[in-house]
Design a protein around this ligand. Sequence first.
Ligand code: ADP
Ligand code: MG
Length: 774
Amino acid sequence: MKAHSGEVGVFVRIRPTANFSQDIIECLPDGQTVNIHHKKDTRKPLCPRKIQRSSWSFRLEGVLQDVSQEEVYTIVCRRVVLGALDGYNGTVLCFGQTGAGKTYTMTGSTESYKQRGVIPRAIQEVFQEVQKRTEHTFSVYLSYLEIYNETLVDLLASLQSSALPSPRSMVVSEEPGRGVFIRGLSLHPVHSEEEALNLLFEGEMNRVIGSHALNRNSSRSHCIFTLHLESRSRTLSDAKYFTSKLNLVDLAGSERLGKTGSEGQMFKEAMYINKSLSFLEQAILALADRRRDHVPFRQTKLTHALKDSLGGNCNTVLVANIYGEASQKEETLSTLRFASRMKCIRTNPAVNEHMDPAAQIKKLKKDVQMLKEELSFGNTLVNRPSVPYDPLSQAQLAEIDSQVQRYLEGSLKEISIISVSQVRALFAKFKLAVQGQEKKVNARLRQTYNLGEEDQRADRPAVKEWDTRGSTEEDEAGSFEVSHKNTQCPSSTRAKTKKSKDKPSQSKRQGEESPLSKKRSDSASKPKLNSVQSPEREQELQEPDTESHEPQESQPNGKEPFHPDSTLTKAEAFDDFKMGRGSKLNRILQENKAVLLERRSLHRQLTDEVNAVKREIDCTAATMQQYRETRGGQGRYSEPDDTLLNQLRELKALYRQRYEVLNDIKAEINYCQHLVDQCRVRLLSEFEKWYKKYSLVPEEDLETSMDNTLDQVSLSECDDNQLPPESSSSESFHNARYRMLRRRNTRSLCVTPEQRSSSSGSGPRTLPQIPPVS
Ligand code: ADP
Ligand code: MG
């Protein structure tokens, strides 16, 4: 029997006597029941309660009467000892009044081998089993503890080489995984029955000497003899091992104070004994009561020391030693009551299994080696090249790195997979490669938008840059507005421009209110095709702070910043941009274009007028010339009619006046053209940056698509003589082209010095024909 599950095994052992009171103690033939009969004492006054009850019946696991020491061991203790060898904790307790045979049962007679008690027999059994169980190695240690008047005494302390520990240094302790133990109690390794018996007798000797020295009775103390066992399998190389404790407990006499008439030292002893046994009984009652979740083990040294040896996962057996005489009837009844309560304790014995970390590592290493051998054997069987199962070396890692590089470049078509560790290393390298690419893209974006390296938030500098540019733009916008308002006087424009710089920017930003905000919210509600976003892009979209610096600039109506819809063509995106982010610039551009057109129209009108005056002058001059020639043919010269001369004079004055106005308008047109060009370049460059930033299209693709877009923009956006660059791939190209256009326009509007001198002269100089504005 390995475990004794269920309840605590309780036996009654009756001390042999010649005066056995059969009338009082009745042992039934079943060997398990003992009845106690109360014989009425007619001399004593009647007690109502005692009258009612005159006999008690106790059914226990066994009633041992006239049973030899050997039988007692076999019936009571053997299974507990064998359980301990299997890893179960075991406890055998002897309880009863002084002289009832507890020590006889537990230790027996040290003089007679046949009369030896449970402890020597248990020692013998243990070592016999250790010899038999060759598949395990056992380690056996023993300790012998005495508890006298709540003081812990190490009965084997004399065998220690070191100084004897003071009783005060010993203390009952608990540790997770180790359970209850007595700190300071000596543990003695024993390798044979004889060694163990020597220690037992040494302890018994110390117990008797101690009793004499302290003038005390050895029955007045509790003694706990413990065998500590540890077993490991010889056959299985696992890290498991088992431990167990076999506690053999000889309790102090349980007689009542009044019975012994104790005084002085005896009274003190009896007080301690009563206290400890009373708490032992309380602990047992608590253990027996399943509704109780607290057991008062710590109240005395005895119960604390026996905490994990009473019930629980322990095989527990109690021997209740009783007298057979009628005179001890009360004490016998008390002992049997205690025994029946002990019987109620439920136990659930469990093996104390442990794992040895060092042995576990050793075993796992062995397992790994064996599995490697199995794998390489399997590879050989299927003609697979040998696979390295060890951690990859530096050289192997470098080779994998090279493979990944070549694979990404395209020079290596595929990487042959040979092992799991290689796959892991490949993934790690690919991850590094992706992270490297991400860094490069980030760096390029930062470079493109002049963002600080240290700034981890891509949007913030972009917004800042936009703000900075915005302020410049506002200044320019101010000048645009002024120029628009002061087209008649370009020279005054700059002065007013300066003033306009002081205007609060808020009012200017009102123009930024994007008409696209509605469209944006509409498009936001639509399912997006490109739902997979890059992490950076997601961050951009999720960073509310980055856009909160200038909500007027980038978040019209406080909504999220508008990003180009990937489903739009670039031209469509440009249209969106003009209506949204670039709406202010676009508006200014349109206004300037309108002014320019109006000025051009005025210029055409004035040109016509000047040319008409010119034609009249020519006509008048021709008439006068004809008049002179006619008069000269008649041989006489006469001045033309004053009317003609006055007319000619007036016409020339008119011509000069109109010509001057025309020149002013030409300058205005020139200036307006410059503003329009500048504004358009700005709009396009802002759009290009915005589009690059948010579309994240590769550079080459972007340039191609930009060409197409600008072609479309050119066609849709500009009128015939205001065409933006037909094809541009960069800002500098745009700028150069616009500068060239501006120069051409300026040149075409300029009047040559010859023309100017001829027009300003008062003589019969040919007045310049005004060319049409191009
Ligand atoms: P306790 O330890 O309970 O105080 P002991 O074991 O010292 O009592 O027993 C008192 C005496 O009774 C001892 O001399 C012991 O030899 C004797 N005795 C007790 N039980 C038996 C028994 N079953 N057979 C023979 N002698 C016994
Ligand atoms: Mg005793």
